[in-house]
Design a protein around this ligand. Sequence first.
Ligand code: IMP
Length: 427
Amino acid sequence: MPAIVIVGAQWGDEGKGKATDQLGESVDYCVRYQGGNNAGHTIVVDGEKYALHLLPSGILTPGCIPVIGNGVVIDAGVLLDEMKALADRGVDTSRLLISANAHLISSYHSTIDKVSERFLGKNKIGTTGRGIGPAYADKISRLGIRVGDLFDEKILRQKLEGALDQKNHLLVKVYNRRAIGVDDILIEFKGYAEALRPYVCDTSRVVNAALDAGQTVVFEGAQATLLDVDHGTYPFVTSSSATAGGACTGSGIPPNRIDRVVAVLKAYTTRVGEGPFPTEQHDAVGERLRETGGEFGTTTGRPRRCGWFDAVIGRYAARVNGVTDFVLTKLDVLTGLERVPVCVAYDVDGVRHDEMPMTQTDFHHATPVYEQLPGWSEDIRGARELADLPANARAYVRTLEDMVGRRISVVGVGPGRDESVVLHDLL
Ligand code: IMP
């Protein structure tokens, strides 16, 4: 009875939400293990579009228990708004479980996120401005406030005083901003305590018990491999462990419980924010991918940078995540191209690299070595089996599979829940 981790293989926005959602009714628990409301999952169910930021995708599947694990950072105001918005559309949110050990994002985190980006000037990261980095920084500095702290007012005040003392020095003396009062945050947090109380529990215990009972648990990564704080394109990354290993620390389950790692890979590549991106297309080609693929951020609305498929990244994702299956998404976006370039290696200052270069300096200097694959013009959105795809689209899938070295089990041919070609069941 599987524990499955679902991760993004590139820089995020690969369509992980759809992959998780597609496992559907067979999933008993869907656990978010890192990130916060910097994430954005767009899921289309029965023609209805849902944009989720903090809630696990499982919230849309009746019978599935959505869990926010200890590795997530929670902006409680955003979470409650998201729950209300779903409830207003008739979605039952009462099953949600929230880890008492998850850290809280407060207004001072988003303030610091925004002003520190401004101070970085041309070296900015291009964050979502949601306070993610500063909240994780507080966690590691042992200055964070956890969900469980909301229920002990004395401790909450004490911790807030400690955190704000430092923050206010920074805000006032370095960033020239107003100091934040402990009481203001306390009032805000007290409201959250009442609203969140029914959902908070020891989620590690619950999830381990579910696995003991033979239930199926999906661990849903947000962001992606190259945004991982250790394995991504540092410093142009998010501040958490988005790779498969993060599923363990971020939810309190041991590594030997994981049965499968599914990585979601877009049939081309996109990135939001700053940082190196070897196959990026700055011209009309990039524009075409962006328009056809609807490549605008779910969270910030920012246009995504777009480029060709990069097999070096695919191989890297396979290795650092221990990928067992790839889900290739948005193949339909490539329909109508005469030739589809695919990056098979990098040229770094005259030296060929078939694997990810060791240093970020080399990655910044990487120029793609392309192979040109023949395109297809037939509409593929109706395809449900491999045989339904035109020969060149089939060849594209099989060639990518060879290049990344792991099987491609599902191919997305449209945004809808059922618009996929399934080659191997994920469960
Ligand atoms: P942060 O996570 O807001 O600190 O932003 C750090 C980097 O990660 C920026 O380049 C963001 O654009 C990027 N990022 C964060 N969340 C996502 C996501 O869900 N999809 C794609 N990029 C993301």
